[in-house]
Design a binder for this molecule. Structure first.
Ligand code: DP6
Length: 369
């Protein structure tokens, strides 16, 4: 196995027709919410996330050459946890259609895509980020192998270049997935605060993060495991007519710039309040969309208040954040693991559906298997 994002990748060329990648999910600290008009999956504001190393998808892609593909359709089968899943096919087809201009060879093969998540499906955690991250890495790997067999000068031999392409493909599947190809925090979207950042693909925040913000973990407290009433894609769409959209985009720019400084300086208090404010801003945009909607649940609020109370009593370095759902992510400094875990077991479990929570470290990237 080779770990990406942290160490140098050595190219292995064992089998040109089968590739397997494991890719983690991520949790945004500054949120992507809203898409630019006129592009494909271009963010209206910059975002940054931490990679959830222990919550991941593993995807195996096998290709078989098609003798004569007269229909010139994209041909694939998709399996999730060993079962054919036709409900996922439209999104995967859309992904393949979007990367086709960069990989015309997609039509020369029939693709078998087999994916599994190591977290239960339907826990409301961002399986699409891990899933599209892994899928994009597999397709980028096929492209790298094909280049390698045709040319001496394969630009994708360079790990950084390879990851940019994988990140771009992941974005075309699901925007937030593009940040998952790095172990380091991923920044996505144009901003003056980070020169390399752009809308096409995520880049790693490889500046020196202060040690006080380098050793954190996440516990996802599962509040609701049902289908969301409004999907993220629909939610992004509602920003088009949203009365506060422009203010939010401006605020996200400011927040990203502040967050990068806070992480470099190790200002943990500032980091906590910015991350929590971002989570609430995301949900306030949902509450003020037209039509308005609410994804948080009474137990989401109860958990947030419990976390606030505990922090004001003990000054533990921990923060909550939310994605587009009811679950609460409790981010904390790992030197407080036993205190935080005791707190969860003693006080937070009653608010979790079926007492379920998922734990993950932060900071390791994808692995080629
Ligand atoms: C709230 O990436 O799921 O998690 O690009 O339409 O697939 P699509 O949306 P998606 O949106 C995720 C939004 C978010 C915030 C974030 O991850 O930055």
């Amino acid at each position: 196995m080779e770990r990406l994002g942290n160490t140098k990748l050595t190219l292995k060329m064992t089998n040109n027709n089968c590739v397997i990648y494991r890719c983690p999910s991520n949790i945004a600290l500054v949120k992507y919410w809203g898409k630019k008009e006129g592009g494909v999956q271009l963010p209206a504001n910059p975002s940054i996330s931490w990679t959830l190393s222990d919550l991941h998808a593993t995807t195996k892609v096998t290709r078989t050459e098609i003798e004569a593909n007269f229909s010139r359709d994209i041909q694939f089968d998709f399996y999730l946890a060993g079962e054919r899943k036709s409900s996922f096919e439209p999104k995967i087809r859309q992904f393949l259609e979007r990367i086709l201009p960069f990989m015309p060879q997609i039509k020369d093969f029939k693709w078998k895509i087999e994916s599994t998540n190591n977290f239960p499906h339907g826990t409301g955690i961002a399986s699409s980020a891990a899933g599209f991250g892994a899928l994009a890495l597999c397709f980028a790997e096929f492209q790298r192998m094909d280049f390698e067999s045709k040319s001496e000068n394969n630009p994708m031999r360079n790990e950084g270049e390879f990851l940019k392409i994988a990140s771009k493909y992941a974005r075309l599947g699901s925007g937030s997935a593009c940040r998952s190809v790095y172990g380091e925090p991923g920044i996505w979207g144009e901003t003056v605060s980070w020169e390399e950042a752009n809308d096409e693909f995520a880049v790693p925040f490889n500046s020196e993060v202060h040690p006080s913000l380098k050793n954190w973990a996440d516990v996802v407290l599962i509040v609701d495991d049902g289908e969301k009433s409004v999907s993220s894609t629909q939610g992004h769409d509602l920003l088009k007519e949203h009365p506060y959209a422009q203010s939010r985009y401006n605020q996200a720019q400011i927040n990203l710039s502040r967050l990068l400084s806070l992480m470099q300086q190790g200002d943990v208090k500032g980091f906590i309040s910015l991350v929590e404010s971002e989570a609430l801003q995301l949900h306030s945009m949902m509450m003020s969309s037209e039509p308005y909607y609410l994804l948080i649940r009474p137990n989401t609020v109860a958990l947030i208040e419990k976390i606030w109370r505990k922090r004001s009593e003990n000054q533990w370095p921990m923060a909550f954040t939310l994605d587009a759902g009811a679950n609460v992510h409790l981010l904390y400094d790992k030197s407080y693991t036993s205190e935080v875990m005791n707190f969860i077991e003693a006080e937070l479990l009653p608010y979790c559906k079926n007492s379920l929570y998922l734990c993950s470290d932060i900071g390791s990237g994808p692995i080629k298997i």
